[in-house]
Design a protein around this ligand. Structure first.
Ligand code: FEO
Length: 409
């Protein structure tokens, strides 16, 4: 039997030339990939030449080129559309450009400064495309859409009009390898689809909604994504899942939520948390809650953080540092949208009290708005100091509700 890899025709004149990485168990340092992954790429035949859509990770480029060669000669390739420049999709681009000398690369204007840094080549010719731009080539028409941050700032999607195919980039992807390729053939991969959304798309929910609104203009028969099963059985189901996960639920009838997270050794930081909460809670247009982080798991933290407009974090300083439950909270925020959120920090300390500044700095790094100086109290708070905590809570609530202040540096 001939084992030379070949392109697979997924619709008339549209071929899959992607590769699989079944043994991969961790992607991008943070994502578990129990079923491996795929790096999807495609080539479309038009009556006036071929269009390649994305490439693959460099270490798999031989297989990618063999598959591409099973469909066309390099001289017949007129365009290379790059939906996203991350190396898992652009790894074979420098070599493809050398071989396909007649091809023009099309990508987002935001990819311009990245192109050289990613490919280490200054000679790759490219043009930029964005929403409402189109490419007409022979009997095929591609409409482009800017879909930034899904998953990198320069991401675009494209829609092949005549075949009703959406090339969505990383959107609707999953790290899930199955050689049967299509969603209706591979069995249940919902866990991987949701996990991928939560790690890649969740920090950019408003960009997801913008992308879905762009996709809505077109009838979609098939979604050709960049990872995992190609979606052809019921694209609308997957679109609706993304819409549901990205939509903000108004559970509190317009009330903003302020959440106070704390850990405490000798109750001093807890007493501060209580006084701050009372200050916030004075404003009945807000909804505020306190949480002891030592007994909160990560999924619950994420849900609460996501719903909160204001986040106040309290911790004592232990050996000059912030204890682990606080770091867990601060690091899990990587997968959340931080736009429009306010943060503050507080804590009781015995010796040096570095923790509050560390928390404040981390909140700023995460792009929270941090309007107040951290509230720091040595050991047991006095009645007067608890009063200051109460005032701190009142002021934070006012700021969350729109009071203008200068941000601290
Ligand atoms: Fe699949 Fe964001 O690269």
């Amino acid at each position: 039997m001939n084992n030379i890899p070949k392109a697979i025709e997924i619709k008339k004149d549209i071929y899959y030339i992607g590769v699989s990485d079944p043994d991969l168990r961790v992607f991008d340092i943070i994502m578990k990939t129990a079923n491996g992954t795929t790096y999807n790429a495609y080539v479309v035949r038009s009556s006036d030449g071929f269009i390649v859509l994305d490439t693959v990770k460099e270490e798999f480029e031989d297989e990618f080129f063999t598959k591409l060669e099973s469909v066309c000669d390099y001289s017949e390739i007129k365009y290379i559309i790059m939906h996203h420049l991350e190396p898992d999709h652009s790894g074979a681009l420098p070599e493809l450009v050398k071989r396909a000398k007649n091809a023009k690369v099309l990508l987002s204007p935001m990819a311009n400064p990245m192109m050289k840094a990613i490919t280490n080549s200054e000679t790759i010719p490219f043009e930029t495309v964005w929403t409402n731009k189109e490419l007409k080539i022979g009997n095929k028409t591609f409409k482009f859409m800017s879909t930034p941050h899904l998953h990198w700032p320069e991401t675009i999607s494209s829609y092949l009009v005549e075949d009703e195919v959406l090339f969505s980039g990383d959107v609707f992807g999953s790290h899930y390898y199955d050689k049967r390729l299509f969603d209706d053939m591979v069995g249940d991969f919902d866990y991987a689809f949701k996990y991928y959304y939560e790690h890649i798309m969740r920090p950019f929910k408003s960009d997801v909604i913008n992308a879905l609104n762009l996709y809505d203009k077109y009838p979609i028969d098939t979604i050709c994504n960049l990872h995992g099963p190609i979606i052809r059985s019921n694209p609308q189901r997957y679109i609706e899942l993304y819409r549901r996960w990205s939509s903000k639920e108004d559970r509190y009838h317009g009330k903003k939520v302020v959440s106070i997270f704390y850990v405490t050794s000798y109750k001093n930081t807890k007493d501060m948390a209580q006084a701050i909460w009372e200050g916030v809670d004075k404003d009945k247009t807000l909804l505020s809650n306190m949480y002891d982080l030592t007994a909160l798991d990560e999924q619950n933290m994420l849900t609460i953080l996501e719903e909160s407009t204001g986040i106040i974090i309290g911790s004592p300083t232990i050996n000059g540092d912030v204890p682990k439950p606080i770091w867990d909270l601060l690091s899990c925020m990587m997968v959340l949208e931080k736009k429009g959120k306010f943060g503050a920090s507080f804590g009781s300390y015995g010796w040096s009290g570095e923790a509050v500044e560390m928390m404040n700095q981390r909140l700023k790094t995460l792009k929270f708005r941090v309007p107040l100086q951290p509230k720091k109290i040595k050991l047991v708070p006095t009645v007067e100091e608890l009063r200051e905590c109460y005032e701190f809570g009142i002021e934070f609530a006012q700021i969350v509700n729109g009071k203008m202040v200068e941000m601290t540096l």
